[in-house]
Design a protein around this ligand. Structure first.
Ligand code: ADP
Length: 362
């Protein structure tokens, strides 16, 4: 593999000298990659981003940018662009002055500045807004100015910390698309922080899922969703049915798991322990079939429908199976299953390969 563009090696961070908020972080980021750090609040994402930017120092470990150690470099000497959640625009300056600011502090000659600012504003679709003040712009426009300001000095790395969380849903989705387009066009490396899994899955080449200062899984969006490495990732990304039980047989990547009511189901072992250990089975609602045709599913069981919610493109059926176990099924609207009625007994089933046995200790 080519040398990573950004490399964090054994990085740790404590603020109080006791608790590690980032523990032994090892992360390689490729040049031109869009990498997202995703995780619940307090999992260490922003701290990691701040260490990359130079606003926080690592307690242990080394950070490399383009092969060079940057631990001891001041933020302004790292040539990294930043976009924050609060746009952090200077209210007393015009749009053009805000965008010109990083060029001024870098001592770029005045003669070249106007042209660069114009280009950066054009890039984010804000031609002609030069003389406005931030207060005269909408939230989306302000965030575009912040993006222009981060890109104007042509950094090779841009860090974005929850840049869209202040925007409403529609605008957020539009801006996700625009940022993704800019990333494609410019080929710049982006490290993005969010707690919104939908945003992470749509925008990223790879996602690092954080919990308690540790990366739980680093993977493409598809692999994170299809093959979560542990119970934390399975629960954090997408909706999923969880069935708890004990491994009674573990054989060549498959296992038989005994559930609380005594039934045994076959599952694909992703990270389940050996025989006798506790496991969580993870099963996506869209992979459960109602009244499956014979031979399609390895696991079939009786279930009682508790409620049915109409959601336009699909129905959400909540059923009870294996005694008191709730199983949610997503049924495409086009199929016959929309006739399922409350308190009906039905059969549900799934392929053993779609049911993942995971270690419960994440
Ligand atoms: P995230 O971005 O995933 O929400 P943070 O990196 O902001 O997580 O925080 C990780 C942990 O570090 C949290 O417990 C937070 O309270 C703590 N923390 C963050 N910044 C500071 C700080 N400047 N001083 C002390 N503790 C901090």
């Amino acid at each position: 593999m080519a040398q990573p563009f950004v490399q964090l090696k054994g990085v740790q961070k404590t603020y109080d000298g006791e608790n590690l908020v980032v523990r032994d972080l090892n992360l390689d980021i490729r040049e031109g990659e869009f990498l997202t750090m995703l995780g619940p609040s307090g999992s260490g994402k922003t701290t990691t981003l701040m260490m990359l930017a130079g606003f926080e120092t690592a307690t242990h470990g080394e950070i490399f940018l383009d092969g060079n150690p940057i631990n001891r470099l001041a933020p302004e000497d790292r040539n990294i662009g930043m976009v924050f959640q609060s746009y952090a625009l200077f209210p007393h300056m015009t749009v053009a002055e805000n965008v010109a600011f990083p060029l001024m502090v870098r001592g770029i000659p005045k003669t070249g500045i106007g042209e660069k600012v114009k280009r950066a504003l054009a890039m984010v679709g804000l031609n002609g807004f030069d003389d406005r003040r931030p207060s005269q712009l909408s939230g989306g426009q302000q965030q575009r100015v912040a993006v222009a300001r981060a890109l104007v000095f042509e950094p090779k790395l841009v860090l974005m910390d929850e840049p869209l969380s202040a925007l409403d849903k529609q605008l957020r989705e539009q801006m996700q698309y625009e940022i993704k387009q800019l990333h494609h066009r410019l080929g710049v490396t982006v490290v993005y922080v969010t707690h919104d899994q939908g945003e992470a899955l749509t925008m990223s080449d790879r996602v690092a899922v954080f919990n308690n200062g540790v990366i739980q899984q680093l993977d493409t969006p598809e692999r994170l969703y299809e093959q979560p490495a542990n119970a934390f990732v399975a629960s954090f990304i997408g909706e999923n049915n969880k069935l708890y039980g004990k491994v009674v047989l573990h054989d060549k990547g498959w296992c038989d798991v005994r559930l609380d009511d005594g039934s045994t189901v076959r599952a694909k072992s992703v990270s389940a322990g050996s025989e006798g250990s506790s496991t969580m089975l993870s099963l996506r609602p869209e992979r459960v079939l109602i009244n499956p045709a014979a031979g399609v599913c390895e696991v079939v069981c009786q279930a009682r429908v508790k409620d049915v919610t109409y959601l336009g493109d699909h129905l959400r059926v909540r059923a009870m199976a294996f005694g008191e176990q709730q199983i949610v099924v997503k049924v495409p609207n086009a199929s016959q299953e929309r006739l399922v009625g409350i308190d009906h007994d039905i059969q549900i089933g799934w392929r053993a390969a779609d049911c993942h046995a995971l270690d419960v200790v994440a």
